[in-house]
Every structure is written in structure tokens, then in C-alpha cells.
Design a binder for this molecule. Structure first.
Ligand SMILES: NC(=O)c1ccc[n+]([C@@H]2O[C@H](COP(=O)([O-])OP(=O)(O)OC[C@H]3O[C@@H](n4cnc5c(N)ncnc54)[C@H](O)[C@@H]3O)[C@@H](O)[C@H]2O)c1
Length: 373
């Protein structure tokens, strides 16, 4: 990321490329309807929506109050004076669309995975540097409440020294009725190096690295499997083990993608020398098991009661979220809010080029032949 952007006192003119599933979240933020970020009209102006499909472009523009709809990014960049372009298209199109946007003088916020490899990311960062513009990949779950609470507990020493981070996604990606499983119209994600799992590897990487800091994972083993045997799936399962040396001892990382187990889950468990915490980004809750008042005998019981009450409260909150049709993307809205504040103030963006490169390098490493099981 290049952080030499200028301070500005007018709303930043933004546009979206790709009016598909995730655009709803970006457009909700840009149109000032986010529950998390609220009204951003003094800082952001939604200028245009672009999609190869005119129906999708018109829908996004009309639904979220953009001034214009386009079907060609180059045309949009010619006619709109844009400060920020959000690239929300399938991964293989990110590099050419980001390059066009940067060269037209816009800053870029790009959905993950921003590129298919760290080498490709280095080239894109060089383009941003040459154009003196900022580029940032969405690392959205790092801005969710559950992650932030775990991060704060680790930083404050409540869990002691970190010993293990386990991140697990359970999603039925091979379901023929789902967005990745359609055999007649295979998703473009299948062409990425990790196939459909490339849609999730960036999340694994930045969450693990965000909680383990400078730890170098020097022992890595990754089992990539296609348990379903469906030919257009490269993989549908990942079981990866990473072991590194932390400042206070060894740290284990466990990354698990599982298409066979139910229900859907995206859990993060952080264990330390004093206690552990667990959250689920899909069904948000926070479970904390630490020494509590009462000594060794009573502490487990106090933990059960405190966690039981917490789970009931989180269950009621989640029911309310379902009724209001809220999604697990409050972190994405928070990330965008911080990004626009940084762009307006000329301060560093909340996801740095170092964060992006470290995540991309970890994904490359997990795909290396030498670590495969
Ligand atoms: N951060 C997250 O948690 C999260 C969640 C979901 C998806 N994503 C990412 O967002 C990206 C998009 O995913 P999606 O699920 O919204 O996909 P989608 O298929 O629902 O939407 C993509 C849209 O881009 C359009 N498009 C494709 N090429 C284009 C081009 N050259 N110019 C203009 N429009 C073009 C398509 O017509 C389609 O409408 C992917 O990289 C995905 O991994 C991120």
C-alpha cells in the first residue's frame, strides 16, 4: 500500500466494479445505510456502479442511489473523476481492473484474494507505487467484534502467552445447488491455484498472522484434498498445521476447511498459557475460559455460568440480527469506515501492504509442494 495520498476536505467520490453478492455490503456502506458506520455522506459520495451485466449495474446503481451505471470500467474511469474504486469482481479480474483504476488516478479497495500469488501482488503494489495511489485488500474479519475482543485479551495478557490459534470454516461448497457447485456453469474461482478454497485462504492467513504477529512458522504441513471427487473441484478440504517459535515458546496454528460437516461455521479459537477464547463469525458469540475469582475449584463453575449467560445473550442478539437480515459483515463496514477516514486524513490505511504480502506469502507457502501431505 502506498500511504502518500492527499488530505481532502470534500466527500471522496467512489464507485464499485462488480455488482454481485459482496457488492451489497460495500454499497450499503457507501450509501450511508450501514448499521455499523452510519451516515457517511459528509465523507463519501457514491458516484457509479459498473458491471459487465447491464441489469446488475442498473440494479446496484438504482438500489443504492448511485448517480450512474456503466458496463465498462475504462468508460467509467473516463467519465467519472473517481477518488476510490472498489473492485468486487471474481479474483482473476482483480489485477487488470485494479491496474486500470490506479493508472486513472483512483485509489483501490479490492476484495480478497487480491491476486493469485505473492509475486503477482508485488507487481500490483509496484503499479500503485508508480501511480502514487493506495491499494488495499479486504481483510474484513479482522475488524469483527469477536476477533477484536480476542486480540485485546491476547494483547492485555488475559490469556497469557499465545500457544495455539485454530481457525475452522465449515461450508457445503460442493452442494450442486450452491454458488460454487453448479456443474453447468462452474464458478471462475475453480481456476485459482487452491480452487474454490482460494476464496477462503486469505481469511485464514490474515487472521492467523494478525494474532501471532512476527512469529515465523518454520514447520508447515498442509493436506489439500478433494473428498467429494467432483472433477471441477480442485480441492474441497484443507487441514494445515503450522508450528512456529513465539517470544515465550512454541505456537501452533491449525487451519481447517471442511465441506462435509454441518452446520455452517467460521470459528476462531485462541489458546494461551492462562486461558482460551472462542468466537464464531457466522453465529457471533464469545466464550472466554480464564481463571476467575474463586480459585482452582470454583473457577470452572464460574466460567460455565458466565459463558452460559453470555451464550443466551448472544443467541438472543443473533435471533434479532436474523430478523433484521443483518450479515456477518459488520467488520467489513468498520474496515471501510476506517479506510475512508484514513484516505480523507492522509494517514496509513488499516490493512497495510505488509499485511497483504504476508497473507499472500503464507497462502503460497501452504500450496508449496514441499509442505504438502
Ligand atoms: N470479504 C469477504 O468476506 C467476501 C465475501 C464474499 C465474496 N468476496 C470476494 O468478492 C469478490 C466477488 O465475489 P462475489 O461473491 O460478489 O461474486 P459474484 O459472482 O456474485 O459477483 C461478481 C460480479 O462481477 C461482475 N464482473 C465480472 N467481471 C467483471 C468485469 N470485468 N467488469 C465489471 N464487472 C465484472 C459479474 O458480472 C458479477 O456481477 C471475490 O473476489 C470474492 O472472493 C469476499
Amino acid at each position: 500500500m502506498n500511504s502518500s495520498h492527499q488530505v481532502t476536505h470534500r466527500p471522496l467520490r467512489a464507485a464499485v466494479v462488480g455488482s454481485g453478492a459482496i457488492s451489497k455490503e460495500h454499497l450499503t456502506f457507501l450509501s450511508g445505510r450501514s448499521h455499523t458506520a452510519g451516515n457517511v455522506a459528509d465523507r463519501v459520495e457514491l458516484a457509479a456502479v459498473c458491471d459487465l451485466s447491464p441489469v446488475a449495474a442498473d440494479y446496484g446503481a438504482n438500489e443504492f442511489g448511485a448517480h450512474r451505471a456503466y458496463t465498462d470500467l475504462a468508460e467509467m474511469l473516463t467519465f467519472e473523476d473517481l477518488d476510490v474504486v472498489h473492485i468486487l469482481t471474481p479474483p482473476a479480474s482483480h489485477v487488470p481492473l485494479a491496474t486500470l483504476s490506479l493508472e486513472a488516478g483512483a485509489n483501490v479497495i479490492c476484495e480478497k484474494p487480491i491476486t493469485s500469488s505473492a509475486a503477482e501482488l508485488e507487481q500490483l503494489l509496484a503499479v500503485a507505487h508508480r501511480c502514487d495511489r493506495a491499494i488495499m485488500e479486504s481483510h474484513n474479519y479482522r475488524f469483527n467484534d469477536g476477533y477484536l475482543a480476542i486480540r485485546e485479551s491476547l494483547d492485555g495478557g488475559r490469556l497469557g502467552d499465545v500457544t495455539e490459534i485454530e481457525i475452522r470454516i465449515c461450508l457445503p461448497v460442493t452442494d450442486p445447488d450452491g454458488r460454487f457447485g453448479d456443474p453447468n456453469l462452474p464458478s471462475p474461482i475453480h481456476r485459482m491455484p487452491a480452487g474454490v478454497l482460494h476464496d477462503f485462504t486469505t481469511h485464514f492467513a490474515y487472521l492467523l498472522l494478525g494474532l501471532t504477529g512476527d512469529v515465523k512458522f518454520n514447520r508447515v504441513a498442509a493436506a489439500w484434498s478433494n473428498h467429494s471427487g467432483i472433477p471441477h473441484f480442485r480441492y474441497d478440504d484443507l487441514d494445515a498445521l503450522l508450528i512456529g517459535e513465539g517470544p515465550a515458546g512454541p505456537i501452533h496454528g491449525r487451519l481447517r476447511f471442511d465441506a462435509g460437516s454441518s452446520p455452517d461455521a467460521f470459528t476462531l479459537i485462541a489458546r494461551g498459557t492462562r486461558g482460551w477464547m472462542e468466537t464464531d463469525f457466522f453465529q457471533p458469540h464469545l466464550r472466554t475460559v480464564v481463571p476467575r475469582p474463586g480459585g482452582a475449584q470454583l473457577s470452572p463453575i464460574v466460567n460455565h455460568v458466565a459463558n452460559g449467560l453470555g451464550l443466551v445473550r448472544d443467541g438472543v442478539t443473533n435471533f434479532g440480527r436474523k430478523l433484521l437480515q443483518q450479515t456477518p459483515y459488520h467488520g467489513l463496514h468498520r474496515m471501510l469506515d476506517e479506510t475512508y477516514r484514513a484516505l480523507g486524513n492522509g494517514t496509513p490505511l488499516p490493512v497495510t501492504s505488509g499485511d497483504m504480502l504476508a497473507a499472500a506469502r503464507l497462502v503460497d507457502h501452504l500450496l508449496d509442494d514441499e509442505v504438502r501431505l
